[in-house]
Ligand binder design. Structure first.
Ligand code: ZN
Ligand code: ZN
Length: 163
């Protein structure tokens, strides 16, 4: 199941956004769709080449939020970091044909992060890295999220689950 989060400006609570992140029930299908789009070149040459050179490679296809470094635009994206299997793991023996965040954490090694580009101004975006406590409750973000509409910062909170 994925989680629903909201981001609210600390200076003006009318400045707020809600996102569904993580992965839902449809994830196995989404994983294949994203991989197919990568192979077709939708996400650029580098990641396409990565899958060609690493047929056992995996991609993080879970939803995350990215923020533009320049205009602060927030966008839900597929994370798209590139991974290869750890030495003691052979993905050919896996039963399922998709790879989720838990698999990536336990069986794969991250090789490269994907550079997301802002759809509004074409500048680079950063993934908003959310920190969780041991109960998987949100405790904040690694870097402050700037408000889109003023010079305030966004406070992030957990709203519920989705699937
Ligand atoms: Zn931008
Ligand atoms: Zn604001």
């Amino acid at each position: 199941m994925g989680i629903m989060i909201s981001l609210k400006c600390t200076k003006n609570e009318k400045h707020n956004e809600t996102f569904l992140i993580g992965r839902g029930k449809g994830f196995p299908k989404i994983y294949q769709q994203v991989i197919n789009s990568i192979i077709k070149g939708k996400y650029g040459e580098e990641i396409k080449q990565f899958l060609k050179e690493n047929p056992k490679g995996a991609i993080n296809c879970e939803y995350k939020i990215a923020q533009c470094k320049k205009c602060n635009h927030l966008e839900r994206v597929y994370e798209l970091s590139m991974y290869i299997p750890r030495k003691n793991y052979n993905p050919d023996k896996a039963i399922k044909r998709y790879i989720n965040g838990y698999d990536l954490k336990t069986k794969y090694k991250k090789i490269k992060e994907y550079q997301h580009i802002c759809p509004k101004c074409k500048c680079e975006m950063d993934i908003v890295k959310i920190k969780y406590d041991e109960y998987e409750d949100i405790v904040g973000t690694k870097k402050k999220v700037k408000c889109l509409q003023c010079d305030g910062f966004m406070k992030i909170s957990y709203r519920g689950r989705w699937d």
